[in-house]
Design a protein around this ligand. Structure first.
Ligand code: 5GP
Ligand code: MN
Length: 338
């Protein structure tokens, strides 16, 4: 965010506003952390604020401060539309294109005429926002929200709740500080969040040591299903709806499974295919280590996008057909072709 932008944000926030803060659909720790953290901050500034999530957030984030006040667009659509119609300002966090909120919500957002402010770290932001703080060098949107607050000169308003939210997104999007975009600045921000009261051990425990037995069994099935292609430095996992049903799948249960194949020596590209009968799609997640760009892979072949080392996409073919198509594409586009 350059000086003009921060000045504009400053001016907009100088008057009392009705603000809606929005994460992407299927929000993760960073999306929820940034929207909840920012919304608590904006309330402390004296604004009226509502977080509207396109759809449900996973259970493992339900402990987060103010998460129970979130309005779910796809569940209480009329209520969400009414709040949006009243808004004087909209923040969109952790995504770069309105379609990331899902078709239904995208349509509603497109009809609004109030200023949008985007804070995001994904590649290639769309041009819908009046004010954009977009930078792919940040490991998380939560870290950016911290800098946003700090640029506004309001760091003193960061309380324990805000610190806990922002800490959550930094931890989840950095793979607990292990990904390459974790910088010395990230650690300085984290130090400050701990000083403001974020309880690191407790948050890690809430995020990562809260598995159900079924979730671990599902992980076991996923690892059993894994196909390893050492000659292409690639491994992938298929999870059918039947697998999910067998272990009473709950939202969030598949989070992070895609990272496991990367722990195999020599594997730098990992993909998970998750069948979703209800949405009639195969949700795909892509992860890589090093130079293989999964954002490009997802964009070019599976109507998706994201970051260089972590991206998502989808397929409308059946699970088997999606696998076939993936294997076709992989022949030409894989880490050994770099
Ligand atoms: P995940 O695999 O965890 O769903 O997503 C990995 C990263 O890619 C996240 O930063 C997420 O926001 C982004 N992402 C996931 N799906 C899509 C998609 O369909 N389009 C775009 N542009 N980004 C996505
Ligand atoms: Mn993020």
């Amino acid at each position: 965010m350059n000086k003009t932008d921060i000045q504009t944000a400053h001016n907009l926030l100088a008057q009392k506003q009705k603000i809606v803060v929005i994460p992407h659909r299927n929000p993760d720790g960073d999306a929820m952390g940034s929207t909840l953290g920012l919304s608590i901050f904006l309330k402390a500034l004296g604004h009226e604020v509502q977080v509207i999530s396109p759809n449900e957030f996973p259970d493992f984030l339900a402990w987060m401060p103010e998460s129970q006040k979130v309005v779910i667009f796809e569940k209480t659509t009329q209520k969400a539309k009414e709040i949006l119609a009243e808004a004087s300002l909209v923040f969109t966090l952790d995504f770069n294109a309105l379609h990331r909120t899902g078709e239904l919500m995208e349509q509603t957002l497109k009809e609004l005429t109030v200023p949008f402010l985007m804070i995001d770290h994904h590649e290639k932001p769309d041009d819908y926002a009046s004010y954009i703080f977009s930078d792919i060098n940040y490991g998380s949107t939560c870290e950016m929200v911290y800098h946003f607050i700090s640029e506004l000169g309001k760091e003193d308003l960061i309380n324990q709740q805000i610190a806990s939210c922002l800490y959550t997104g930094i931890v989840t999007d950095s793979g607990s500080f292990k990904y390459p975009n974790t910088t010395s600045t990230t650690h300085r921000v984290v130090a400050s969040l701990l000083e403001k009261g974020a309880k690191n051990a407790e948050i890690h425990n809430l995020l990562f040591d809260n598995n159900s037995y079924n979730r671990l069994k599902l992980l076991g099935r996923a690892l059993e299903n894994m196909v390893v292609l050492p000659e292409l430095q690639t491994a992938y996992i298929l999870l059918s709806q039947k697998d999910l049903d067998e272990f009473h799948f709950q939202k969030g249960d598949t989070e992070g499974i895609v990272n496991y194949p990367l722990t195999i020596k020599g594997i730098v590209f990992s993909v998970i295919f998750i069948e979703n009968y209800q949405e009639k799609i195969i949700k795909m997640s892509f992860r890589s280590q090093g130079n293989f760009d999964v954002n490009l892979f997802a964009r070019n072949h599976f109507s998706g996008g994201g970051h260089k080392n972590a991206a998502g996409g989808k397929s409308v073919l059946s699970l088997t057909e999606s696998e076939k198509r993936f294997l076709e594409v992989l022949k030409e586009d894989n880490p050994t072709k770099l």
